[in-house]
Write a protein that binds this ligand. Structure first.
Ligand code: ADP
Length: 170
């Protein structure tokens, strides 16, 4: 069974991520979306919220599992019995960091490979950071995030404004 892992913060999921998930899932029997729990930066959405947003946005892709992880990516790969990582490349600016990560990971786990999927041009300007900036200022994110996820994001942010948002600390 060919298992690929697509790791990231997904804070929150964007249409660019969905594009990589759809395409990555076609290349493997199973695609594991690995959600990094403790990113160094403080996330806007808790782990549980990020999972809900992803579940809503990728419900149409059958062979995907969403699994949170903490610590080293190579340890997560071994734990999942996987050897291949999928990452998206938007621009040359992504490349330097991605190359460094891929080489560092292979140094730790020589059997692993990183596959880069070039972003679809229409999504190349989309990032979670842009989505968060727009959300903070009450702007429209409908061209950046899948419609099914927007409903969940609105509910979450509405709940937070009312002081009833979840607080699982992640
Ligand atoms: P990280 O915190 O690891 O950068 P992200 O959630 O921002 O995680 O991104 C996860 C992966 O998705 C990375 O490989 C990133 O390059 C890719 N990615 C992010 N946005 C897009 C996009 N618009 N199109 C294609 N790939 C993307």
């Amino acid at each position: 069974m060919i298992k690929y892992v697509y790791p990231g913060s997904f804070d929150p999921l964007t249409k660019g991520h969905v594009d990589i998930i759809e395409r990555g899932a076609k290349l493997a029997d199973r695609l594991i979306v690995g959600i990094l729990m403790n990113a160094t930066k403080q996330p806007m959405f808790t782990l549980k919220e990020r999972i809900r947003i992803i579940e809503a946005g990728i419900g149409h892709v059958p062979n995907v599992d969403i699994i949170p992880f903490d610590g080293l990516l190579v340890d997560f790969l071994k734990q999942q019995d996987a050897r291949t990582v999928v990452r998206g490349l938007r621009a040359v600016s992504d490349f330097e960091y991605e190359l460094q990560m891929a080489q560092a990971n292979r140094n730790l786990y020589p059997e692993m490979e990183t596959i880069f999927l070039c972003t679809n041009v229409e999504y190349s300007f989309i990032s979670s950071t842009v989505v968060k900036d727009i959300l903070r200022h009450g702007g429209d994110i409908s061209h950046l995030v899948p419609m099914e996820s927007i409903h969940i994001i609105e509910k979450i942010l509405g709940g937070k404004e009312n002081g009833s948002g979840s607080a699982d600390g992640n």
